[in-house]
Design a protein. Structure first.
Lengths: 252, 316
């Protein structure tokens, strides 16, 4: 369980997030949605200690994030941000091996190698394993980074727009993998998503942010409602029922 | 060719260069030549190692392969000190001053400066300490060099020559007691900071990935920056400003080695710097018979190398 209490982070010009309190259930997929600049990425970075908070507290599985030992935390929670520029020449396999650093401090054991192989298989990167990261397409690179996070093998996985750069097939595959991680291995996954329909199809609950505050937090059914969506995005979004699933038609 | 083999070849080249350096033009005066030359070799090995390690670490921390630790402003501080001595006490004082006193004086100015930087680093708690340090370093550096050039303007031309001599690194008058002391400082700080070096590879991925992978990033960055400053201080106090060498050898090492790992790049950059220093010194002594300085040769070779790189990059 991730518990956020009174979390604030201020940037210039009223940006940032303000006094957010939130409980994210364990063993579920939770999606953050909301307009640009709502603070979704900031919230994710604060939860995962990438940036220091101004006020408030975050507890992950009972440990206070701002006080806990960083290496210990790295075995419990992992985060992947959306921009992943590398300054070094690195092969896919080497990148994924870095995911084992919190467990092995650089000297990989047989078990570490197993986790790496498994993560590469999960992301279908076997053929790309020996390729350099800078030779890959955007989508392949995205998958390589996700494989690194999978190799880290943490109970909590935070992903900032994991579908960025992915085509339809790989987006669906990615979401299915994440769903499987939750259903089969009991992982807790928190995502920032822009496509509400993907969020609706694969999440257990959805958190809506706007102007640095959580304005709604509920099940998919509660959130997929024209009134709620209007409140979040300030546009009229019709919701239709297709084969028993709620689908938004926000295109026009 | 594997990285291991490349390192081996580099090591052989360095050993061969050392052998040539020690034995060329000996005329049988071994008792005179060997101690003198081995002192030079020792100074070159120490400086080469200090400069290449500090540059590679600094470039990893800043995530930028064209920066050098001279940005911290230590070189300018060293030059300011030399200029100030000549300006206030006269060139005779500087030339007459024993090497020991000079080393202590330089170290006594530069190491407290590192301490001030360290304090500044810990004032910042938001993970941007390194940019803050670079900013302070650049400002202090230009401040120091402006004062130096102002003082140099006022100097008598003969005295200015003495200062100018100090602007370039030189291995010709290294004192063995100073050598021992400099080595001790370098080795002790290396021992103290070596446990932080294992994080370097992960830190090369950038701050966010490193934090995610459990590296106490901000603390390690600050510690390693102090390490860099100490190494630069020691080598500058020993032979004079020579950080351009670091820029050159680190980039040659990055291109030459297929792995970016510090376990490969650090030894490679060190070996390349040994080869460059000893080879350059050989040329300065034997080809130009001391009529030019090592720095001039290194800067010339380095400049040519970068022109070559530019032309090659343009074609691809």
């Amino acid at each position: 369980m991730i518990e956020v209490r009174g979390l604030s982070k201020r940037y210039g010009g009223g940006q940032g997030i303000h006094d957010i309190s939130l409980t994210i259930a364990k063993g579920a997929v939770t999606s953050f949605i909301g307009p640009n600049g709502a603070g979704k990425s900031t919230l994710l970075s604060l939860i995962s200690r990438l940036i220091p908070m101004d006020e408030g507290q975050v507890q992950i599985a009972g440990a206070d994030v701002s006080k806990a030992d960083s290496r210990g935390l790295a075995r419990v929670i992992s985060i992947l941000k959306q921009s992943n520029q590398l300054n070094v020449k690195l092969k896919v396999g080497e990148l994924v091996e870095f995911g084992r650093f919190p467990h092995s401090s650089g000297r990989l054991s047989a078990e570490d190698h197993r986790s790496v192989d498994e993560a590469i298989r999960y992301m279908e990167l076997e053929e790309l394993r020996g390729k350099f990261i800078d030779q890959l397409s955007g989508g392949q690179r995205q998958r390589a980074f996700i494989a690194m996070v999978l190799a880290q093998d943490t109970d909590y996985i935070l992903l900032d727009e994991p579908l960025n750069n992915l085509d339809l097939k790989h987006s669906v595959q990615m979401m299915k993998v994440l769903r499987r991680l939750t259903d089969e291995l009991g992982k807790t996954i928190v995502l920032v998503l822009h496509d509400i329909n993907f969020a609706a199809a694969y999440s257990d609950s959805i958190v809506a942010l706007k102007e640095g505050r959580v304005i709604r937090h509920g099940s998919v059914d509660d959130m997929m409602d024209p009134v709620v969506l209007k409140e979040i995005y300030d546009i009229d979004i019709p919701v239709h029922n297709v084969d028993g699933r709620k689908v938004c038609l926000y295109f026009r | 060719m594997t990285d291991k083999r490349k390192l081996l070849i580099l090591a052989i080249v360095v050993i061969a260069l050392i052998a040539v350096f020690m034995t060329i033009h000996s005329y049988g005066n071994w008792d005179y030549i060997l101690p003198r030359r081995s002192k030079k070799i020792a100074a070159m090995l120490l400086t080469g190692m200090a400069i290449s390690v500090s540059t590679v670490v600094f470039q990893t921390l800043t995530n930028n392969k064209i920066l050098t630790p001279s940005l911290i402003g230590l070189d300018s501080l060293y030059l300011l000190l030399q200029t100030a001595i000549v300006f206030m006490l006269g060139a005779d004082t500087l030339t007459a001053m024993s090497k020991n006193v000079q080393f202590f004086l330089s170290a006594a100015v530069m190491i407290p400066f590192c301490g001030v930087l360290y304090k500044l680093l810990f004032l910042r708690k938001d993970g941007r300490a390194i940019y803050f340090l670079l900013l302070v370093g650049i400002i202090c550096g230009s401040f120091f060099s402006s004062i130096s050039s102002f003082l140099q303007m006022l100097l008598d031309p003969n005295e200015f020559l003495v200062v100018q001599d100090k602007m370039f690194a030189s291995f010709n008058n290294v004192n063995s007691e100073v050598m021992v002391l400099a080595t001790a400082i370098a080795v002790l700080s290396a021992l103290y900071f070596c446990k932080d070096l294992k994080y370097l590879d992960v830190m090369a991925l950038g701050r966010e990935h490193a934090v995610n992978l459990g590296v106490p990033y901000d603390r390690i960055t600050k510690r390693l920056l102090v390490f860099v400053a100490l190494l630069v201080s020691v080598s500058t106090a020993l032979v004079g400003p020579i950080t351009f060498l670091g820029f050159l050898v680190s980039n040659v090492a990055y291109r030459l080695m297929s792995s970016f790992r510090s376990a490969v790049v650090l030894p490679a950059a060190s070996l390349i710097s040994f080869a460059a220093l000893i080879g350059g010194q050989l040329i300065a002594e034997r080809v130009f018979t001391f009529s030019t300085s090592l720095s001039v040769i290194l800067n010339f070779a380095g400049g040519l190398y970068f022109l070559y790189l530019l032309l090659k990059e343009e074609r691809t």
